[in-house]
Design a protein around this ligand. Structure first.
Ligand code: ADP
Length: 308
C-alpha cells in the first residue's frame, strides 16, 4: 500500500532537564502521523510531501525523515527559504509553544500543482490536515484541493484531519469554511470532538460525524480523548471504548498517532473497529510519554495482528 502524506514538518526545540538548554528535534502534525505509520507498516510506502529549504537544517530534517523509513523523493526545495521552527516552554508542568513558521518553505508546497499531482499520483491513500491547509497562503488552498479532487477521481482514498488551529487563519469563519471545503474532497475524516464542539457547536460526536457525512465523507472517525471513539462508515455505526490511562504525561501527538494507527490497520486489511482499537492502543502509549515521537515497539501495539 502506498501513502502520500502532505504537510509541514518543523524543527522543534524542547527543554532538557538543564535550565536554558534545548534539544533539537523535528515534528509536525502530519509528519508525526507519517513517522508512526512508517514504524507500524514497514511493508507500506509512506511518502511525505512538503517543501524545505536548501540549507543545513533542511537537509538534517530530510535525513531524519529518510532514516525513519519515510520516502522523501517528493520533498520539494524552496531555495530562498528554510523550515519552520517551534519552541516548547515548560512552566509549572504546563507546556506552551512559540512558533516561527510564517515564512517557512512548507508554505510553498502547493505553488506548483503539477509537481503536487506527480507527488501523489498512484497513492492508495492521501492524507492531509487543517494545518496543511492553514499554513498555505489563501490562494494556494484551492489548487491543493483540486489536486486532491483529481487524485480521488483517479482512485486514491483521501483522508483528512480537520486539526482546527485558529492561530493559523485570518478569521474563525475563514477556518471553518476552508475545513468544510476540505471535507468535500475527503473520503475519511478524523476529527477530534473537543475542537469540533468549540468551533462548530456540535452537541455530541454524532453531530460532528453527521456534519462531515453531509459534506460528502464516506467514513468519519470522531476522537474524544479518554471518552471513546465514534465511527460511522456507510450505514455502520459503532463506538470503540478507550481505556483511560491513570496518569497522562503529555498529549502531544495523541491524535496524530491515533490516525497512523487507523491507517496502519486499514493497510493490514483490518475492519474499521479493529483498526480503531489498534489506534487506541498506540495513542494510549503515546500519551504516557513526553514528546511527539515516542519510540514504542510496533510489536507491542497491535491487539489484532492475527487478523492481518
Ligand atoms: P487530539 O490529540 O487530536 O485532540 P484526542 O485528545 O481525542 O485527540 O486523543 C486522540 C486519541 O488518543 C483518543 O481517541 C484516545 O484513543 C487517545 N487518548 C487520548 N487521551 C487519552 C487518555 N487519557 N487515556 C487513554 N487514551 C487517550
Amino acid at each position: 500500500m502506498r501513502f502520500s502524506i502532505i504537510g509541514e514538518c518543523m524543527a522543534e526545540l524542547a527543554p532538557t532537564d538543564t535550565t536554558g538548554e534545548f534539544r533539537l528535534g523535528f515534528a509536525g502534525d502530519t509528519f508525526n502521523t507519517a513517522w508512526y505509520l512508517a514504524r507500524c507498516t514497514p511493508d507500506a510506502q509512506v511518502s511525505y510531501v512538503t517543501a524545505v529549504g536548501d540549507d543545513a537544517i533542511s537537509g538534517q530534517m530530510t535525513d531524519f525523515m529518510r532514516d525513519a523509513g519515510i520516502d522523501v523523493s517528493h520533498v520539494q526545495t524552496a531555495s530562498n527559504r528554510t523550515i519552520g521552527l517551534y519552541m516548547i516552554s515548560l512552566k509549572d508542568g504546563e507546556r506552551s509553544f512559540a512558533y516561527w513558521r510564517g515564512q517557512s518553505a512548507a508554505r510553498t508546497l502547493a505553488d506548483d500543482p503539477s509537481a503536487l499531482t506527480r507527488a501523489v499520483a498512484g497513492a492508495d491513500m492521501i492524507y492531509f490536515s487543517g494545518i496543511t491547509l492553514g499554513v498555505l497562503p489563501s490562494d494556494r488552498r484551492e489548487p491543493l484541493l483540486n489536486v486532491l479532487r483529481q487524485a480521488r477521481a483517479a482512485g486514491s482514498t483521501i483522508a483528512f484531519d480537520p486539526n482546527l488551529r485558529p492561530k493559523l487563519w485570518a478569521s474563525d469563519i475563514e477556518m471553518t469554511t476552508a475545513i468544510m471545503q476540505a471535507a468535500t474532497v475527503s473520503d475519511v475524516v478524523l476529527p477530534s470532538f473537543e475542537d469540533e464542539s468549540d468551533w462548530f457547536d456540535d452537541s455530541d460526536p454524532q453531530a460532528t460525524a453527521d456534519r462531515y457525512l453531509g459534506a460528502g465523507a464516506k467514513t468519519v472517525i470522531v476522537k474524544n480523548g479518554a471518552d471513546g471513539v465514534l465511527y460511522v462508515e456507510g450505514s455502520t455505526r459503532g463506538d470503540v471504548p478507550v481505556e483511560p490511562v491513570a496518569q497522562v504525561v503529555d498529549t502531544t501527538a495523541a491524535g496524530d498517532s491515533f490516525n497512523a494507527g487507523v491507517f496502519a490497520g486499514m493497510a493490514k486489511g483490518k475492519t474499521i473497529a479493529e483498526a480503531i482499537a489498534d489506534a487506541c492502543t498506540l495513542s494510549r502509549a503515546v500519551v504516557q510519554h513526553r514528546g511527539a515521537l515516542v519510540l514504542i515497539e510496533p510489536d507491542n501495539l497491535s491487539q489484532n495482528d492475527a487478523a492481518s
